[in-house]
Design a binder for this molecule. Structure first.
Ligand SMILES: [Zn+2]
Ligand SMILES: [Zn+2]
Length: 291
């Protein structure tokens, strides 16, 4: 349920020139306007499960994208049922989509292997089939040091490119190694989005060493039985999982509407995982790879 201060779940990752959205609760498009994300970006959407609070924002957003004349294709990933959902709304409401929409029903495993990152899914433990997603960046090449290349006598041009690609070059009978001018590879960042789930081993494995874990923290510890019954987690359960998985930063999300002030959740979680925050609407966090 939305509250006076909180809307329904959606997380957007801005990565280079691409937008990766996780879930699309009702009202997400309004939040996109407020955060100036734009409706014609290169974009992919990942839906965790087919509960209304996670998907009902999708039809409205697709409609707006069409009205605004989106031209870029859009990929929607989700569990079984996502295709039927989008197609049946489109049949009755007739979005008249003006851009290519590709829907992919996916399960646990690697759901996307991009040149720079992978999206991995794990089976969450909820009352209906539900996926948690991990965005795992591939290591980035080391930084090229142009000054050093020049000092070593390599002129700017095609030889620089070779060095950047890891190849050694020969200049005036002398070998200049790529490793002389290019630093060691830099690790990529890892972000995991796991809402509407009990703490479970599949999510824990997915989250190992994540720079940011966004985890279900629907209830405080006194509501443990309710969390179990509805397939959610308490603040302490989320924090324990975050600690076991050695995540650098934990953000609790999907806070029950019964908490107008979620401070109690934060207190309970921080006893177990110090670097915990509570998600708030339009909150921005920079995710950096740790060395
Ligand atoms: Zn749910
Ligand atoms: Zn939910």
């Amino acid at each position: 349920m939305p509250t006076k201060d909180r809307n329904l779940p959606s997380v957007v990752v801005r990565r280079e020139n691409e937008v990766l959205m996780f879930d699309c609760g009702e009202g997400t498009q309004k939040q996109m306007v407020l955060s100036k994300i734009g409706f014609n970006k290169k974009m992919k959407i990942f839906i965790t499960h087919m509960h209304g609070d996670h998907v009902l924002g999708l039809p409205g957003m697709l409609q707006s994208m069409s009205l605004l004349g989106r031209s870029k294709e859009l990929d929607v990933y989700g569990p079984q049922g996502i295709r039927d959902f989008v197609e049946s709304v489109n049949r009755t409401v007739q979005f008249q989509l003006v851009f290519p929409l590709r829907i992919r029903e996916v399960g646990p495993g690697t759901v996307l292997d991009d040149a720079y990152y992978e999206i991995k899914a794990a089976s969450a433990n909820h009352v209906v089939p539900c996926l948690s997603y991990g965005l795992v960046e591939k290591p980035k090449p080391g930084r090229f040091n142009p000054k050093r290349a020049q000092t070593l006598g390599v002129p700017k041009g095609p030889l620089w490119k070779k060095l950047q690609l890891g190849q050694d070059v020969k200049i005036r009978g002398r070998i200049v190694k790529s490793s002389d001018v290019v630093g060691s590879p830099r690790p990529g960042a890892k972000l995991v989005y796991a809402v509407d789930t009990r703490p479970c081993s599949a999510v824990r494995r997915l989250a190992v060493n994540a720079d940011l874990l966004i985890h279900d923290g629907s209830f405080d510890d006194s509501m443990r039985d309710k969390a179990k019954e509805y397939g959610h987690s308490t603040a302490s359960e989320a924090a324990s999982l975050g600690r076991q998985a050695k995540v650098k930063q934990l953000v609790l999300m999907h806070i029950s509407a019964m908490y107008s002030n979620p401070r109690v959740l934060l207190r309970q979680a921080r006893r177990i995982h110090r670097r915990t925050a509570i998600a708030s609407d339009l909150m921005i966090t920079e995710v950096k790879a740790s060395n």
